[in-house]
Design a protein around this ligand. Structure first.
Ligand SMILES: *[C@@H]1O[C@H](CO)[C@@H](O)[C@H](O)[C@H]1NC(C)=O
Ligand SMILES: *[C@@H]1O[C@H](CO)[C@@H](O)[C@H](O)[C@H]1NC(C)=O
Length: 260
């Protein structure tokens, strides 16, 4: 079974365009009157919806963490803590990992935060919100084994969750420095703990390979090997904010410095 990395040529929201094709045919007066009546009904329906607050007004009350991936869910919960640790640096964020649509949506709700996302795997069941983000260019599907299509320091902070656990050291060697390259203020890595988190069977069938959870000492050694430095001051601020907010992360979290 093979992994199915994101296929950038796949597009959501194609099709349509057939809606007004009847206007090309010769229309009878009766048809025109009919269209006018239907149009009028649409306007009435629209005004009615507008007056009652419109559809979807209940969506804002949803505050639960969405998605299937533990660490991507963890990022959603950690946003207030990240804001305390990174302050103004959280103004232009790139999130990389599965379920990025949920993370990006949550980041976009914060004041003065712009956010983009990279979804490393094909999305088979994208909801409407996700399709909209993809259409707007806020989220793109891309295989992170290849260089990211961004200039150096395009984002203030890069956050990556779950995705690195699926890469072997051969690819990690290239992907991680590339993620660091596109950040100006640092990168935050959310990765599974080796003992407590077993890959779900669904993961294996989707990615063809189970996530490999590495220990904290493995990661620390790996960062040194590829010349990436941990940002002690960011780690400290993050820990302090976690304690203050009674937040206990369910994933390992590493803070790396940007390139000089
Ligand atoms: C990754 O890079 C390091 C340092 O350049 C090197 O020592 C190591 O062999 C590389 N690992 C793989 C699997 O390519
Ligand atoms: C470490 O992280 C802090 C945010 O907590 C940031 O302001 C600082 O610039 C970072 N240090 C380096 C050397 O990048």
């Amino acid at each position: 079974m093979s992994r199915r990395p994101g296929n950038p040529s796949r597009r959501f929201g194609d099709g349509g365009g057939g809606l007004f094709s009847t206007s090309k045919s010769r229309s009878s007066p009766i048809l025109s009157v009919g269209l006018l009546v239907v149009g009028g009904l649409f306007i009435v329906a629209y005004l009615y919806k507008g007056g009652s607050g419109g559809f979807g007004s209940g969506l804002n009350s949803v505050s639960r963490v969405e998605g299937d991936y533990l660490c991507s869910g963890e990022v959603q919960q950690a946003i207030p803590i990240l804001q305390k640790a990174y302050g103004d640096s959280m103004h232009k964020v790139l999130h990389v990992g599965p379920d990025t649509c949920y993370v990006v949506s949550k980041l976009l709700k914060q004041e003065e935060t712009e956010a983009w996302g990279i979804e490393p795997y094909d999305i088979e069941d994208a909801d409407n919100n996700c399709k909209t983000l993809i259409r707007r260019g806020s989220v793109r599907v891309a295989d992170i084994k290849f260089p990211l299509p961004y200039r150096p320091k395009s984002f203030s902070v890069v956050i990556v969750s779950d995705a690195l656990d699926y890469l072997s050291p051969k690819y990690l060697n290239k992907t991680l420095p590339d993620l660091v390259r596109v950040s100006s203020d640092g990168i935050v890595i959310f990765s599974g703990f080796p003992t407590t988190q077993k890959a779900k069977t669904a993961d294996v069938s989707k990615f063809g390979r189970a996530a490999k959870m590495r220990s904290s000492s493995w990661w620390t050694k790996f960062f040194l090997q590829i010349n990436l430095e941990e940002n002690e001051s960011a780690s400290k601020k993050f820990e302090q904010a976690s304690t203050a907010g009674s937040y206990v992360p369910k994933c390992q979290i590493f803070h790396l410095k940007p390139l000089h």
